[in-house]
Design a binder for this molecule. Structure first.
Ligand code: LLP
Length: 432
């Protein structure tokens, strides 16, 4: 098991998370169960804010990318920690606003926002709308005009960077559905058009190179290219882009092999690069936005399951089936994502088995992992999957009409439900 302040093995040999015995949690709240450690989330938020303060004199704002894990309590925490948020749908925006999140600290993304979503954003005073296409630009200009407001916007662009990550989560290269293309002049034409819209205020530009990235080079390269663009726009159009949103994407530890970059170091390098370009090219130092999602909540979460059947197929494999699966964590089926797993009730025992962990959905591909090192499993054991705080609950589905699992927040040995488990009644609520 990788080392983490939150994870311990207690005297009974059980896995402990955030000071809570995971077997007691499983008993009290049932499984499958998402467990999030509040202290880890808050520490991560603080660390991001602090590095922005120390490296860039606080001339920026950290936005929590709420697609990673979105629920009312998470927006409350981000708000209390002084972060802004990135939302990508009317639903995320609605949830953030429902807890009183300040609209001016919300950044709204998406490559195809609907008219209703844009109207909602303008009406509620969202601080930054990241405009993704020409269609959106003219629609948003018309909506703002009708409401007689000047809506602040950023333009999304692809800086032409191939980050080394799974192709489904690469977003900075030319062949990608988001934003405009930098290298063929499309981004420049788009910025020119945006600056000319009477009801929009072009604040700046946005890019996001990808997700689960361990190498700092693509981030640095993106920052440099974006700064070059800021200079070009100032020189040719005479327009100052005051805001630079550099997106998120910092990798986290799923297994012992993963080596995340130290955020403080990265922030230092980015800040130095931006400051030196601004100084040398004589442009205003931009206000920076960062959008970490996974790195704020990913390692702060684990999922607990109960083992049901264990099928040993000689010379083939051993299937250990659990009471959840792709309905609560679709990341193996989507990206062959690897996770570290252990049996909570046998945490001290050695992992002598290599198994396939299967879910309960009616689908052969419904697996949580293959070649997983695990203690000898039998029915009734509690399986813990680590680092599931990001893109698990938020990507969960009701496939096979499986009710979505509850989310429990732990802190210093205490636990509380922050998202209730769905009931069968919830499943038929909208059926007519
Ligand atoms: N900003 C923008 C514009 C994004 O598109 C994303 C992620 C983020 C920020 C946050 O990136 P992060 O810091 O979390 O890497 N479902 C996939 C990840 C998709 C990421 C989408 N965009 C997964 O489970 O790996």
């Amino acid at each position: 098991m990788y080392q983490s302040e939150s994870l311990k093995i207690n005297e009974q040999g059980h896995l402990e998370f955030g000071g809570c015995d995971t077997l007691s949690l499983a008993k009290e709240y049932q499984t499958p169960l998402y467990v999030m450690d509040e202290q880890v989330i808050r520490n991560n938020c603080k660390q991001y804010r602090q590095s922005m303060e120390e490296c860039y004199g606080g001339h920026g704002l950290v936005l929590y990318a709420s697609k990673a894990f979105s629920c009312k309590e998470m927006y409350r925490i981000a708000m209390e920690e002084g972060l802004g948020v990135d939302v990508v749908s009317g639903g995320e925006l609605y949830t953030a606003l429902s807890v009183g999140f300040p609209a001016e600290k919300i950044c709204f993304h998406g490559n195809n926002k609907t008219k209703e979503e844009l109207e909602m954003a303008v009406k509620t005073g969202v601080g930054y709308i990241v405009v993704d296409s020409r269609e959106e630009l003219s629609l948003l200009n018309a909506i703002a005009g009708e409401r007689k407001v000047k809506q602040p916007i950023l333009c999304r662009m692809k800086p032409g960077i191939d980050a080394h990550t799974h192709s489904f989560v690469q977003t900075g290269h030319i062949d990608c559905k988001f934003g405009t293309v930098l290298e063929n002049g499309d981004s420049f034409d788009f910025a020119k058009l945006a600056a000319a819209q009477p009801n929009l205020t072009l604040l700046g530009v946005h890019c996001h190179v990808g997700s689960q990235i361990f190498d700092e080079k693509p981030f640095l390269l993106a920052a440099e290219r974006m700064m070059d663009f800021v200079v070009q726009v100032r020189e040719i159009l005479g327009v100052t882009l005051k805001v630079l949103n550099l997106g998120g994407g910092y990798g986290i530890r799923y297994t012992e092999q993963d080596q995340p970059i130290a955020y403080g170091d990265y922030m230092k390098k980015i800040s130095e690069a931006i400051k030196s370009i601004a100084h040398d090219r004589n442009v205003e130092l931009p206000f920076i936005l960062m959008e970490p999602g996974r790195s704020i909540v990913g390692e702060a979460g684990i999922t607990l399951y109960t083992v049901g059947s264990v099928k040993k197929i000689p010379d083939v494999r051993t299937f250990v089936s659990v009471d959840g699966g792709m309905s609560d964590n679709p990341r193996y089926i989507l990206y062959q994502a690897e996770y570290e797993m252990l049996l909570s009730n046998k945490a001290k025992e050695e992992k002598t088995a290599s198994v396939t962990v299967a879910g309960k959905c009616c689908e052969s591909g419904d697996l949580l992992g293959e070649n997983v090192a695990l203690q000898e499993a039998k029915a009734g054991d509690i399986l813990a999957v680590l680092s599931t705080g990001a893109y698990n609950y938020s990507m969960a589905s009701n496939y096979n009409r499986i009710p979505r699992a509850a989310v429990v927040m732990v802190k210093d040995g205490a636990s509380r439900v922050i998202v209730r488990r769905e009931s069968y009644e919830d499943l038929i609520r909208n059926d007519v």
